[in-house]
Write a protein that binds this ligand. Structure first.
Ligand code: SF4
Length: 329
């Protein structure tokens, strides 16, 4: 690993000022992804700005019934928070499905959202990768692409976003609070991430130096009936090959409201608006859930090794919604 400087900012403005002024600076949260990438030579920051000492580690209940989660709240603490467990079980389940206990004890909310793809070519500095080295090509497009995207990919990049937490937050219409050099702004989480397009190295809409300070969950009583299903190669510790975050609100058998988001299918957490539109106002059945997933996945373009992701994502959509309709969790 190269030498780097280490900076503990006195406040958020100091952190943003340092990051904005230093082209090769990076924020350090739990370090569970960044330190690995530094060891591999994929990221080579000159200075690390450690944000874990900033007062961003609280979970607050908001007057409107929502929840504000500080950016440095650890994944384990968030998963165990009583309000999260009661009002947003999809979030607790997504967190507990991710990584290992040790990693969840370190990983932060903000860092989790900004973790990098686990595409093996991205992590191998000897391989062509437009995300790591713009213009070098994409070794995954015609290489090993079993774990990669089926929706919204480009010829320049077929990577997926690895976060489970981000998928749950996408289903919950979360707002991301950001501090930039010229002030603060709120970004709907669906507007935080970019499609790969011609510039897969640009993964988010954040300005240089921007710091995520919190995420805000809106009040959503329907989310008390919500779940997260994840399919992975090992039950103990693995990234998703498919996942779904689901909220279902029924009036009798009729779908009054539904929120769905998919993981492991695209460059960003994938909000399934088409599937939701198919479901709303209709009498729920597993067959309807299957048709809704078909509508969402109609534009899927599987790569050579990942055609299985389309029926897999359909199957977990049906299972998650059926379990919720039957009263679980
Ligand atoms: Fe790089 Fe994206 Fe291609 Fe993977 S899929 S090699 S991250 S450009």
């Amino acid at each position: 690993m190269r030498e780097f400087r280490y900076h503990r900012p006195v406040d958020v403005a100091d952190a943003v000022a340092v990051l904005s002024a230093e082209p090769q600076a990076a924020y350090l949260g739990g370090g569970t992804n960044l330190v690995d990438l530094m060891k591999l030579g994929v990221q080579r920051p000159d200075v690390l700005v450690d944000v874990t000492g900033l007062p961003l580690d609280t979970v607050e209940e908001l007057p409107d019934g929502g929840l504000r989660i500080g950016a440095t709240v650890r994944n384990s603490d968030l998963a165990a928070h009583p309000v999260v467990r009661r009002d947003y079980p999809v979030l607790a389940r997504a967190l507990l499905a991710a990584a290992s206990g040790q990693l969840r004890n370190m990983a932060t909310t903000g860092g989790n959202l900004l973790q990098r793809t686990r595409c093996v070519y991205f992590q191998d500095t000897g391989k062509a990768c437009n995300k790591r080295a713009p213009g070098s090509g994409c070794a995954a497009l015609h290489g090993q692409n079993r774990d990669l995207a089926v929706l919204d990919w480009s010829e320049q990049c077929v990577a997926t976003h690895p976060s489970d937490l981000a998928v749950a937050l996408t289903a919950l219409d979360t707002v991301v609070e950001v501090h930039e050099t010229d002030g603060t702004r709120d970004i709907p989480i669906t507007a935080l991430y970019r499609s790969p397009g011609a510039h897969p190295e640009r993964e988010t809409t954040l300005a240089r130096g921007a710091l995520i300070t919190a995420v805000r969950l809106p009040p959503l009583p329907a989310a008390r009936r919500s779940t997260y299903l994840k399919v992975r190669d090992r039950a103990s510790f693995a990234f998703a090959v498919g996942s779904v975050a689901a909220v279902l609100d029924l009036d009798g058998d009729v779908v009054r409201d539904v929120r769905l988001a998919y993981g492991a299918v695209a460059h960003r957490p994938w909000r399934a608006h088409r599937a939701e539109a198919e479901l709303r106002g209709r009498t729920f059945s597993p067959e309807l859930a299957g048709r809704a997933a078909d509508a969402e996945l109609a534009e899927a373009r599987p790569l050579r090794h990942n055609g299985f992701k389309v029926p897999l994502t359909r199957a977990i959509t049906v299972r998650a919604l059926s379990e919720l309709a039957e009263g679980a969790p």
